[in-house]
Write a protein that binds this ligand. Structure first.
Ligand SMILES: Nc1ncnc2c1ncn2[C@@H]1O[C@H](COP(=O)(O)OP(=O)(O)OP(=O)(O)O)[C@@H](O)[C@H]1O
Length: 296
């Protein structure tokens, strides 16, 4: 399955929210929309879902316009939208029925997902009695209940503790392995790097970088070096023109000019008789690429 987004734009009054954004998301691969606050991620996701009407452009699922296909999508909205006073199980079953499931199908899907998310004990509680993170897990269930082929998750990891973030990450990976289309927006670069094949970075509503993460990384100059040593070599690194990106107990991540610069640094450390356990020119992380593209 393939979701193709071509040249979509949206303005509010005269203000651009999204301008001429295009990308393709395929089943069996997670796709991420990245960008700072107000970059246009939520508006883009909502145009895919038909919640926000697009001004221009096409959105097709396997060659057919997505309008009217809302039952094929599952959506975790950024601002959570369930009923605070209703019991968890009742509203999830209701949402499943709205998406075309029978009551018993919806009930077994709810049981399954509550169990998977370690939430069965909350089934009969009112939503408002749950913590914020647990309410978010319920909203995640609401997105998955009808087993949609396309799943759109807006900031799925925000507000979750490390164990629950990891649980959601592993379920997202499982859904990708089941050949679903996953589209997420997130500020968690480590998870995005782990989960996604392709990304699109937005800034002020327009694309600044789109493509396959491995290809993007390969196309980037290799100017990052990982050094493992027990010595404090920061002054020497700075003196020889390296930028220290990270300084940890047993090593450094530095930015260099080029391969010649790396050799100079290695020679200098040897000359100073500083023992280095590991010296490696590495690919930039998605986090570094993101900062670079955002002009930081
Ligand atoms: N309903 C609306 N009316 C007017 N302006 C809007 C509306 N929705 C979004 N915008 C504007 O469109 C731009 C993009 O907003 P959007 O919510 O898509 O960004 P985002 O990338 O999801 O940001 P965040 O990471 O903060 O959630 C912003 O300038 C926002 O103020």
């Amino acid at each position: 399955m393939k979701l193709e987004v071509r040249g979509i734009s949206k303005r509010y009054g005269g203000k651009v929210a999204v301008e001429n954004v295009s990308f393709t998301a395929e089943s069996g691969e997670a796709f991420a929309l990245l960008g700072g606050n107000g970059a246009g991620k939520t508006t883009t996701l909502r145009m895919i879902l038909g919640i926000v009407e697009r001004d221009t452009g096409d959105i097709q699922l396997d060659g057919t316009d997505v309008r009217g296909m809302h039952f094929r999508f599952g959506y975790l909205p950024e601002e959570r939208g369930l009923y605070p006073k209703a019991r968890v199980v009742d509203q999830l079953v209701y949402l499943g029925k709205l998406k075309g499931m029978s009551k018993s199908e919806a009930k077994s899907a709810v049981d399954y997902w509550l169990e998977r998310l370690d939430m069965s004990e909350y089934a009969n509680k009112r939503l408002e009695a749950l913590s914020k993170g647990n309410q978010q897990k319920i909203q995640f269930v609401a997105a998955l209940i009808h087993d949609p082929p396309c799943i759109i998750l807006d900031e799925p990891f925000s507000g979750l503790d490390p164990i629950n973030s990891e649980l959601l990450r592993s379920i997202v990976q499982e859904l990708v392995n089941q050949n679903k289309i996953l589209i997420l927006s997130s500020h968690r670069m480590d998870y995005i790097e782990d989960l996604c094949g392709r990304i699109c970075i937005l800034k002020n509503g327009t694309e600044v970088l789109c493509g396959n993460i491995s290809e993007i990384k390969k196309s980037y100059p290799r100017t990052t070096v990982k050094i493992r040593t027990e010595h404090d070599i920061e002054p020497e690194l700075v003196q020889i023109g390296a930028q220290v990106l990270e300084s940890k107990r047993n090593g450094y991540l530095i930015k260099i000019k080029d391969a010649t610069h790396a050799r100079e640094i290695l020679k200098r450390l040897a000359h100073l008789d500083i023992s280095v356990d590991h010296f490696e020119i590495v690919e930039p992380s998605l986090h570094q690429i993101y900062l670079d593209r955002m002009g930081r």
